[in-house]
Design a protein around this ligand. Structure first.
Ligand SMILES: Nc1nc2c(ncn2[C@@H]2O[C@H](COP(=O)(O)OP(=O)(O)OP(=O)(O)O)[C@@H](O)[C@H]2O)c(=O)[nH]1
Ligand SMILES: [Mg+2]
Length: 220
């Protein structure tokens, strides 16, 4: 089965090469979607030998994932993995997400930071952002998952054909979940380990994701 890993990247010159090297053994092709990075991400990404797609203007992580999904479908991917460029995810865990799809046990496999004891989330994210995200997903979409904000996922070709990410920015996590559940695509969660390298996490970003979802739902 052909596996393509889609990595959205914005100003990731520090980590992108290591991420590609770590991911490479586990997939057939890596596609980096650069979103008009202001640093040297594009040049470094090209040197890794990965496929590099460019957005001429910054459109956000959701739009980059949709660009990557479109590329993967056109290039005969059977399984599409979404992975971050900031070295927080563990490439060695890709087989854990891809395995259930290869075995025909699921069409979508979501990495959960809460099924693993190893993901030491920053306190604010763990105790404020995540409970709020769970509550919003339950209230607005009737979805109950341990980690509704995880960006590490594997999707079958069939699942990606049915998903259209319209939220250009960070609200894509909830949007993907909503589509998976409303289209009754068989979805499971598996434990992943996420390492938080930075001192300052983007708390306001997390809150914005939740308010974006609520506003979009309310004005619909
Ligand atoms: N293409 C694209 N990728 C982006 C953009 N913003 C962030 N990303 C990428 O999306 C991934 C996740 O972004 P992060 O900012 O780390 O989001 P997060 O992991 O939810 O937040 P942290 O916990 O603060 O790391 C990384 O690979 C980023 O490079 C963007 O505007 N465009
Ligand atoms: Mg991150």
């Amino acid at each position: 089965m052909k596996k393509i890993c889609v990595i959205p990247a914005y100003n990731e010159e520090k980590d992108i090469a290591e991420v590609v090297n770590r991911v490479r053994p586990f997939v057939d092709e890596i596609v980096i979607v650069d979103d008009c990075s202001k640093d040297n991400t594009v040049n470094i990404a090209r040197q890794t030998g990965a496929t590099v797609l460019l957005h001429p203007i910054n459109r956000g992580q959701g739009a980059a994932l949709q660009t990557g999904n479109d590329y993967a479908l056109k290039n005969q991917a059977d399984i599409i993995v979404h992975f971050d460029a900031d070295n927080q995810f563990q490439a060695e865990e890709i087989p854990d997400l891809v395995g259930p799809i290869e075995r025909g046990d699921a069409e979508a496999v979501l990495g959960s930071r809460f099924m693993s004891k190893k993901s030491d989330l920053p306190m604010f994210k763990k105790n404020v952002i995540m409970p709020l995200a769970r509550l919003f997903n339950r209230l607005f979409f009737n979805i109950t998952l341990s980690d509704p904000q995880s960006g590490f996922r594997a999707l079958s070709r069939k699942a990606v054909e049915q998903i259209k990410i319209k939220n250009d920015g960070m609200a894509h996590c909830s949007e993907i979940l909503h589509q998976l559940f409303s289209k009754k695509i068989k979805t499971i969660e598996v434990p992943i380990t996420v390492i938080y390298h930075e001192y300052g996490q983007k708390f306001s970003g997390g809150l914005k994701i939740i308010t974006d979802i609520a506003i979009k739902k309310i004005i619909k």
